[in-house]
Design a protein around this ligand. Sequence first.
Ligand SMILES: Nc1ncnc2c1ncn2[C@@H]1O[C@H](COP(=O)(O)OP(=O)(O)OP(=O)(O)O)[C@@H](O)[C@H]1O
Length: 701
Amino acid sequence: MIRILAGLSILAALGFGAGTTFSTAPVYLPIAAIILAGVLALSARLPTIMSFLIGLFALSFLLLGAITAANEAGFVPDVLVPFLPPPHAALVAAALALVNYGVCFIPVVRGVIDKAAPYFEARESSELELGWFGTWRMPERWIGLGLFAVIIVLNVIQVYLTVLFNYNNNKLFTALQDKDVATFWSAILTFSIVAAIYIIRYMFEYYLTELMRVHWRRWLTKRYLDEWLGNKTHYRMALQAGPTDNPDQRISEDVRDFVANTTGFYVQIFVTSLTLYAFIQILWSISAQFPYRIGGFDLSVIPGYLVWMSLALAVIATMVSHLIGRQLVGLNFRKQKVEADFRFNLVRVRENTEQIALLNGETTETGGLMHRFAAIFRITIDLAIRQVKLGSWVNGFGQAMNVLPLVLLAPAYFTNAAMKLGSLTQTNQAFGQVMDSFSFFINFYSSIAEYKAILNRLTTFDQAIAKVEASRMQGIGVEPGKDRGALSTTDLALTLPDGRPLLDKAALVFRRGERTLVTGPSGSGKTTLFRALSGIWPFGSGRIEVPEGETVMLLPQRPYMPLGSLRAALAYPSPETAYPDDALRAALETVGLGHLDDQLDRAENWTNALSGGEQQRVAIVRALLRKPQWLFLDEATAALDEQAEAAVYEALRRALPQTTIVSIGHRSSLVALHDRRIAIETEGGTGRIADAPLQAFGTAG
Ligand SMILES: Nc1ncnc2c1ncn2[C@@H]1O[C@H](COP(=O)(O)OP(=O)(O)OP(=O)(O)O)[C@@H](O)[C@H]1O
């Protein structure tokens, strides 16, 4: 596509060249067309989003250039001439294409582009909801690119409408001054039409911008969730990267802010540049018609003196704002952090209500929470003081701006009898627009600081994911084994995340159908061994072979209860619709939870609503439903009394005759439920695993 545009630009260069030779078409047209053809050819190598934008501006150049050339050649009917785009519009489009190409070589901007680019290349199909215009299914990248293009066009329209308002105001006030009733009503009519278009444009832009952001955010969120939750990266990251990484903040807030800021900044810079261009032109040309004498010196001999005046004012105003408000960025940052800390601690209390109630820890918790709140309190007051100072300046300056340009311009108006009120109003407005635009660019750096922090957080998150991914290849290997009769390990040695050795090299064999009991002192590494056998513990060396195509399931002492219905808790991690009600009820009956069989659809926080033993039975139900070939029970029945525990083991044996059970336990009653025992001994620091007599357990520990 971009190459076709490059070809078209070469053709256009020839056409514009002919126009320049045989009519009065501007010389910049063929020159710009040649430069653009080169840029277009080069930009085919850039990420899609950038070549798309460059292509969009190049296309605008070709269209606007053709209109300009046609006008110069006298092909445009007179009635249409007032509606033609402003002079140099084609040149602006070409400049925008060049600027967009140029910024790709600024390292920071390139970082942003590389992060944003994958969305605009996404091939997944998605639905675009366009209200009255229906719902359309198409690749995600079309949605992103299409919406972005429309948003840009809507913003060009906005700048155009602002210029129309500006000219219309001149007409309106001049008519008022001249008591010209017909022109007055014609200006009001124009105003009404332009205002109506302005409002409709705003509605479209708002909706389409939100639509694009939420599409992009959904796509990026899914990508991060896939990367974070895929390949057990979330677990390894928690072990390897430390708690500072806060994936929750990155996936919820940082992704949202990155998407909003990236689109917002691009559009803002684009609109401000166009506005600046349009109004500098107006102000520049007015400057020459605006005689202004200070002492004996006529300011209007300085080309575009009004533009320089507005720039000087914008610089002064921004410098004062900066002096008053420069601490706000840091303060806002700290406020976000202390708010997040406070919220996190409240959630911790909510999750541990029972423990806190049992230990009467409420006073300590209140004290701790209020201590954290003290930081919010302090920072809110600091912020308020700064805001008041800044607000008084910004408001004061804002009010002054209503009259300041008039105060500056009025002397010239009073001394010049020919000058109309309309010209003064138009100049006043153009002056304000130019100053606003300059101020935006000068103020922009503080938003950039925040944006940079978001980018850094996402980049470090990406790096943490990449680090975990890279380390996946090292450490313990879990492979499909050829021996269908056993799950075995070769030279399996385990270490802690910091590299300290935990278990010595061991060759273990768990034979099919043989129920093995794993024992050892607390902290000796039994759970860690089970984690390794289930394939999630990355630290250590050696190999684990699981018979090909067979599944390993580990039930921990404290099972995870997802929020939602009992049906969802039983079926976890399968979807809640995965098993028929009959199967769920039968499994509940088998583990002694028959009294819950009419509550499958009840939604609860089941961690609080079920006893520890009941939660362990729910976990056993999951094993009954999934029917794994290898079932590792890590003290998974420790909350049950001995009789109930024996009943659960018996139920598992009958319901899952093909499943081999390996358990960790401290109770001697488990001896009767197993065929063999292996024990971890920790004499001399590192643990050693060896077979041990089953019957001796309970006396030897
Ligand atoms: N994520 C981790 N980071 C650092 N150390 C860990 C981690 N997980 C376990 N350990 C350490 O590894 C050692 C073995 O822990 P593990 O939970 O495997 O012991 P265990 O034999 O199952 O103990 P218990 O019988 O008390 O459940 C302990 O010293 C523990 O502190």
